[in-house]
Write a protein that binds this ligand. Structure first.
Ligand SMILES: Cc1ncc(C[n+]2csc(CCOP(=O)(O)OP(=O)(O)O)c2C)c(N)n1
Ligand SMILES: [Mg+2]
Length: 590
């Protein structure tokens, strides 16, 4: 590869520093504000660079990095064009922030010296300071002012992004800093510009664990409990925490409620009682809350229409919370949720705390009540699974296709496959019907409730599993896809094989349901709630939409008996042609 001259440009150094972080991919929609960096990424004279993933919307670029991080535990980057691309990206950045997921965001601005600005767009697309736009929902932002500042800026951004609680960071590069050659004098006086330092010396801090006194109190509480319950939300960020939680539940027969922001527990773990949350919690005398963001909401019965809550726990229940969430609480967004009273609030990383707790508990004599509890929880777990399966079978006669039936059909297709579910859960039916047992097998939702997430997250999961035979599945709701349909093109362009199954209820049903409840509450005409909420007249032809962007399209499927053949055909294409397929299934509303 040649770059035509021997100059070393600012953006060459930027690209090298990014490559030093082992960032495998940079998702982007192109833009002149980072044309210098773009050139260095595709034409660097000496180094292999992260692969560029072409996106049709900046929101998708960020969602890809979001999905990739959840699929791998590793970080990738998105390059975001100046002020305008950044505005498109904001909602996805907010989702990543709320979901505590690391994402490296690189932007361009300026040039800051006015004499270097092209009249017109360079002015429209320059802001002081550009990071202000996202500062309230990134962990850190920076706009380095010299080439010597670059390693500090890029390595610090990476370190802060991946330090738990993780989150997005934004580094904005002045266009001139990217495009100007680095002066020979500066290169001579600063060897680090020629041979940039390794990031190893700037690695993230070691995660905090509990003190012996804290561990002793948790041991005492769990040991003395008759009906302890673990409720976990962001816990399985690491495989260590996933396995330690399974062991703790198993050894001490503790029922677990998985709140699902991470895939915390195998669906077939006998102590998994997710789905019976309040029945399980109202019996609790001790609750160990792990990495909960919304402890209040998870321990309350909520009347959504009149906005009231009622506690689920007995007043005597003792609650112990372990999380690092307080470290990322900010004033602007209230994503931190309502305070909930606890006996102890432990600031520790559960990947450290859980093994320590297991070890401490292993030295204790298990009371006889543990075995009785094991039998009760296992029986309950098995009963729930059987009940759910029976419901799915019973609902086969319903039209349109029920979500439980769709989950069952999909499970029958996937049960002998290695797969990862990148997005969607059919209103919880997936966890009830599927058996998923490995860490990161289900990647959860957007975190911030911002729509448009599913297809980008799926692309991220496909990149994560590109070198494997694992099938990446997206259960894709219709409204969500209509925000970011261009993601289908990125799947096709980069030859990424995803199995996309539409959960097509032809509605923004979550919102339609709110309108139904409000109309009922006010005694008004429920018949009018389809206005502004349904996606009909015309119904979207998702299969044709997919085909138009190079993804195979099947459907619409409207009869139960047509689902299995359609899914089988789709899976065969995914496997043999290694390309994405979308199966449009028209379903009940929820
Ligand atoms: C960017 C954005 N706009 C609007 C909303 C409000 N909203 C929440 S859920 C929902 C409906 C989503 O429709 P779909 O993805 O089809 O899922 P469904 O509820 O039908 O299962 C809407 C519009 C939102 N959360 N995010
Ligand atoms: Mg819908």
């Amino acid at each position: 590869m040649t770059n035509g001259n021997t100059e070393r440009y600012g953006s060459d150094l930027m690209a090298e520093l990014i490559a030093n972080l082992d960032v495998p991919f940079i998702a982007l929609n192109p833009g002149a504000s980072f044309r210098g960096l773009h050139d260095s990424l595709i034409n660097h004279p000496h180094r292999d660079m992260p692969e560029l993933i072409t996106c049709t919307h900046e929101e998708i670029s960020v969602d890809i990095a979001h999905g990739y991080a959840k699929a791998t535990g590793k970080v990738m980057a998105a390059a975001i064009h100046n002020v305008v691309g950044l505005q498109h990206a904001t909602m996805a950045i907010y989702d990543a922030w709320c979901d505590r997921v690391p994402v490296l965001l690189f932007g361009g601005t300026g040039p800051m010296p006015v004499e270097k600005r092209r009249p017109g767009s360079d002015w429209l697309h320059t802001a002081l300071v550009q990071g202000n736009l996202v500062r309230d929902f990134v962990k850190w932002d920076d706009q380095p002012a010299s080439v010597q500042s670059l390693s500090d800026s890029i390595y610090r951004a990476h370190r802060l992004a991946v330090t738990e609680p993780a989150g997005p960071v934004y580094v904005c590069f002045d266009a001139m800093l990217q495009e100007a050659p680095i002066e020979q004098e500066e290169l001579d006086s600063c060897p680090a510009l020629v041979n940039p330092p390794s990031p190893d010396a700037y690695s993230p801090g070691t995660p905090p664990g509990p003190s012996p006194a804290v561990t002793a109190r948790l041991v005492e509480a769990l040991e003395s409990a008759q009906w302890p319950v673990i409720i976990a939300d962001y816990t399985a960020r690491s495989d260590i925490a996933f396995h330690a939680l399974a062991q703790l539940a198993e050894q001490w027969a503790i029922p677990v409620i998985d709140q699902g922001s991470r895939f915390n527990m195998a669906t077939d773990h006998p102590m998994n009682l997710s789905g019976a949350n309040f029945d399980v919690l109202e019996k609790a005398d001790v609750v160990l809350a792990l990495d909960m963001k919304d402890l209040y909401g998870s321990l309350s019965r909520i009347e959504r229409t009149i906005r009231t809550t009622e506690p689920v726990l007995k007043p005597t229940a003792r609650v112990f919370s372990v999380s690092l969430m307080d470290y990322t609480t900010r004033a602007w967004s209230a994503d931190f949720q309502r305070l909930y009273p606890t006996e102890m609030n432990v600031l520790a990383d559960t990947q450290i705390l859980l093994p320590v707790l297991l070890d401490a508990l292993s030295k204790r004599q298990r009371p006889a009540s543990v075995e009785a509890r094991r039998e009760e929880v296992t029986g309950w777990h098995n009963c729930l699974r059987v009940e759910w399966k029976e419901t799915a079978i019973k609902k086969r006669s319903e039209t349109p296709i029920a979500t439980a039936v769709m989950a069952d059909e999909l499970w029958m297709l996937l049960q002998d496959e290695e797969f990862v579910l990148a997005n969607g859960n059919l209103r919880g039916w997936v966890q009830k019907i599927f058996t998923m047992s490995s860490p990161r097998q289900y990647l959860g939702s957007s975190g911030g409730g911002g729509l448009g997430y599913g297809i980008g997250a799926t692309i991220g999961a496909c990149l994560a599993h590109r070198e494997t035979d694992r099938i990446v599945v997206d259960i894709q709701s219709d409204g969500d896809l209509l925000f970011t349909p261009g993601g289908l093109w990125t799947l096709a362009h980069h030859k990424l094989p995803a199995l996309i199954v539409m959960f097509n209820n032809r509605s923004y049903y979550n919102s339609e349901e709110h309108q139904i409840n409000i109309a009922r509450h006010r005694g008004r005409d429920v018949g009018r709630t389809a206005i502004g909420t349904t996606i009909v007249d015309p119904a979207v032809d998702f299969a044709a939409m997919a085909e138009s962007m190079g993804v195979a399209g099947i459907g619409p499927i409207e009869r139960v008996e047509d689902i299995a053949p359609a899914l089988k055909k789709a899976l065969a294409i995914v496997k043999s042609e290694r390309r994405s397929v979308l199966v449009d299934v028209v379903t009940q509303v929820k």
